[in-house]
Design a protein around this ligand. Sequence first.
Ligand SMILES: Cc1cc2nc3c(=O)[nH]c(=O)nc-3n(C[C@H](O)[C@H](O)[C@H](O)COP(=O)(O)OP(=O)(O)OC[C@H]3O[C@@H](n4cnc5c(N)ncnc54)[C@H](O)[C@@H]3O)c2cc1C
Length: 523
Amino acid sequence: MTTDFLIVGGGIAGLRAAISLADAGRICVLTKADPGESNTGYAQGGIAAAMGDDDSAALHAADTIAAGDGLCDERAVSVLVEQGPRYVGELMAWGTRFARDSTGRLVLGREAAHRVRRVLHAGDATGREIGRVLWERVRALSSVETLTHALVTELLVEGGRVAGVAYFDRGGARAEVRANATLLATGGAAQVFRETTNPAVATGDGISLAYHAGARVADLEFVQFHPTALNRAGAPRFLMSEALRGEGARLVNVGGDAFMKRYHTGGDLAPRDVVARSIVREEERTGGQVFLTLAHLDPDYVARRFPSIAEMGRRIGLDVARDLIPVGPAAHYMMGGVDTDEWGRTSLPGLFAAGEVACTGVHGANRLASNSLLEGLVFGARAASAMQQPPAVAPLKADRRSSNPQSRIPNPEMGRVLAPAAVRDLMWRAAGLFRTREDLERAVMALDATSLDAERQVRPATTHDPDAWRHFHLVTVARLIARAALRREESRGGHFRADFPERDDLHWKVHLTDQIDLHGQTR
Ligand SMILES: Cc1cc2nc3c(=O)[nH]c(=O)nc-3n(C[C@H](O)[C@H](O)[C@H](O)COP(=O)(O)OP(=O)(O)OC[C@H]3O[C@@H](n4cnc5c(N)ncnc54)[C@H](O)[C@@H]3O)c2cc1C
């Protein structure tokens, strides 16, 4: 099949791009599962935009940069916060129903590290509402063809530029789509960790696809661990939105004490990484679990404001307005990704990236809550503009450095080859909330070996086994994260090295990158 514009991913970034491209040619959107299965579909808290009377783009930028812990790309941040309200306004004009009061004014939510109320939301299922509106609009476009259950496994590279993708169709047959411009909008990667809030589709495929095609990836050591996923044996790690704490919910230890003030002056609304590590330390100190409590809030308000969370609670026999809710950290968001400029251009001609798969630099080392839906919206639209221009690549910025750890790591053939579940378990233990050189070296050794073995299973392109490809991409992403985490010998944002617990601007105010050269070596 040939088309003009190819979009891999049907979340907020891919759909917003498709809408902008509608009049420019034929568009093909591929998703690997059902249309609603994306991180976008699960987003709860909302979308941040400086739309309140007490707010401004400058204030939103300052909060974003403070959360990013010294590594935000300030140009990209300006684009995000200045253009955000316009694109959010457009979403409303298209029919997105954000919460409003009885006079029709928007009700803005509060989340950690935002100095003002700035989060537009639709109950506690904001992503579902935005996805509904975007899908409705895309389905009405005659120039867009959508292929669901199409698992993209390779980018086609011809004459140094990306010319389309190869994928497995719903029936497991291999097929190709060729296009003038290809957008990766494949979303997050938190499924490479055993404990995660992300749905099964979030395995970071776009990062691996781009990397193996020769594109530059960046900032992969920066993973955000959400502090409050449901932590009950046997139940999925359902997200307990930060908006709960924004509305007054408190974290308490097994003795019922609200402990967060002891760890950070921001208390329950301290930055996410601080809250996540404090929960683990409090559990170690007390030997018991940590809970979220809403018991001091009006139960009618809780039911109205958080209907999906209340419903999830009912399903597992928990009254979230009254009962203690066991919570703990889980991998949630990938700050790094395919290195792009502020138009979604990557280092490879013909290839673009937007949304969670991209590293625009807006999040730096840590994402401000509710900025990611906004990023997908703004940069999805901008990538669509760039896809209509003559081919150009994102320049290599001066503050980039290779994340090749110049290793003390022995030959990959010596490592143990791991199955997918073991990769996730290893990542959680060695590259999770608390990282050390010793653990990361062991992890990289095993991941190097596993990656070599996984590559042998899929190349030369002989395998028709989608699971072999899934494993290959999963372990590629895991290995890139672990290598970058090993290289960065400091702590910053979502990356915490127990052996280097301080931020070190003198040596590490840089972005670590990885890129394959023609001989298959990383540089
Ligand atoms: C539980 C939860 C709550 C969240 N809450 C918020 C929030 O309140 N506010 C906020 O701003 N952010 C939130 N986030 C983060 C936010 O939802 C995501 O960062 C954002 O939606 C990502 O959008 P995207 O378009 O980049 O990717 P996604 O929405 O994840 O879409 C990815 C798409 O790519 C497709 N895909 C992936 N790999 C392949 C492949 N190999 N072949 C074909 N198709 C592929 C998938 O099928 C899917 O259609 C939350 C995330 C989670 C998991």
